[in-house]
Design a protein around this ligand. Structure first.
Ligand code: ATP
Ligand code: FE
Length: 340
């Protein structure tokens, strides 16, 4: 079974071709234009998707070295995401499926981040059901109980900013370029995580909140630079290390609570923030101390990519879960629920 998959939920256009669980190609056209604005500009994003999508489909087929006549189905991201961006992928997927006379398969982007663990990867095996999945990215922060491919339950999520946003927005306050997450990670490696204290928010249950951190970092900088303009430049590494430790503590507190409450010790992480060395170290400590088995996909399947859309397409294909050509994009689309 060959699946062609299209992802266009945010600022990256991506096209992948899968043969069964294996990706033959997984190409991403990153939109550099948003860097100048320090964040994603929706109108620019959908225009860039329109420019990228046709050449990217051709390149993905060429790299996979298969003719489009061999394709079994087209999978695409229906939501959640930016409506204008989703519309580009959705209409293109529909016309491609119609033109080739093959089935169309809609995919929920958040389920795809989780099922990315089932893409065939040398040296890695997928988590067994049930497992806990924590998706940490620029747009989302969620803990999900995964009972089966199509049986997932959101246990907790952020009430305001996503964790990637917390990294990027605090990085911006420190004068670092967008996206600042990877830079905080880099400088944190050279600093002392105990140098400064940032507050851990008190949030009920398994939900998260990150907007308070941004505010406390803002006040922290204002307070310290008042009589010492070089404070941030001089203390950069220590601030980054302390900030990263705070964010990792917030994530791990909730993840440990979820593991305790469900009794599940297979823990899977995905999303761009899974690249963070602080969270990776905390997970490997939890393996030793708490007997967890943890799963992190290769980085190309953590950030937004069509490979993860393709694996859901494949799993749905096997289960005869096809989508009517009348389908429309859904900016708000919850895991396990109906789009709304
Ligand atoms: P979505 O939420 O739909 O997945 P996105 O494109 O914003 O959208 P990703 O591509 O998954 O999210 O991840 C990007 C985010 O990950 C950015 O916020 C970036 O700062 C953060 N990030 C990437 N690497 C690191 C790192 N090493 N440490 C901390 N944050 C990181
Ligand atoms: Fe994503």
């Amino acid at each position: 079974i060959y699946i062609l998959a299209i992802e266009s939920s945010c600022d990256d256009t991506s096209v992948a071709v899968l043969h069964g669980r294996k990706t033959l190609s997984n190409l991403v056209a990153t939109q550099q234009i948003h860097r100048e604005y320090g964040g994603v500009v929706p109108e620019l994003a959908s225009r860039a998707h329109q420019q990228h999508i046709v050449p990217l489909v051709h390149q993905a087929l060429a790299k996979a070295n298969i003719d489009k006549k061999l394709l079994s189905a087209i999978a695409f991201t229906r939501g959640p995401g930016l409506l204008g961006s989703l519309l580009v992928g959705t209409s293109f997927a529909k016309s491609l499926a119609l033109g080739l006379g093959i089935p169309l398969i809609e995919v929920n982007h958040m389920e795809a981040h989780i099922l990315a663990h089932f893409i065939e990867t040398p040296g890695k095996s997928p988590p067994p059901f049930p497992f806990l999945a924590m998706t940490i990215s620029g747009g989302h922060t969620q803990i999900v109980k995964v009972n089966g491919y199509f049986d997932m339950e959101v246990l907790g999520e952020t009430l305001d900013d996503a964790v990637g946003e917390a990294f990027d927005k605090t990085a911006k306050l420190l004068g670092l370029p967008y996206p600042g997450g990877p830079l905080i990670d880099k400088y944190a490696g050279q600093g002392n995580p105990e140098a400064f204290d940032f507050p851990i928010p008190k949030v009920d249950g398994l939900n998260f909140s990150f907007s308070g951190l941004k505010t406390s970092v803002l006040y922290f900088i204002q307070r310290n630079t008042k009589n010492d303009p070089d404070f941030v430049a001089r203390e950069r590494d220590n601030i980054c290390a302390s900030l990263q430790q705070t964010i990792v503590t917030i994530l791990m507190q909730k993840l440990k609570k979820a593991a305790r409450e469900t009794g599940i010790r297979h823990i899977a992480i995905g999303g761009g923030v899974a690249a963070n060395s602080g969270i990776r170290q905390a997970l490997s400590e939890a393996e030793h101390k708490l007997g967890w088995t943890t799963y992190i996909p290769p980085f190309q399947y953590c950030t937004d990519n069509a490979g993860m859309i393709g694996i859901v397409g494949y799993l749905k294909y096997l289960d005869n879960r096809f989508t009517d050509l009348g389908v429309s994009a859904q900016a708000r689309y919850r895991i396990g629920g109906q789009p709304h």
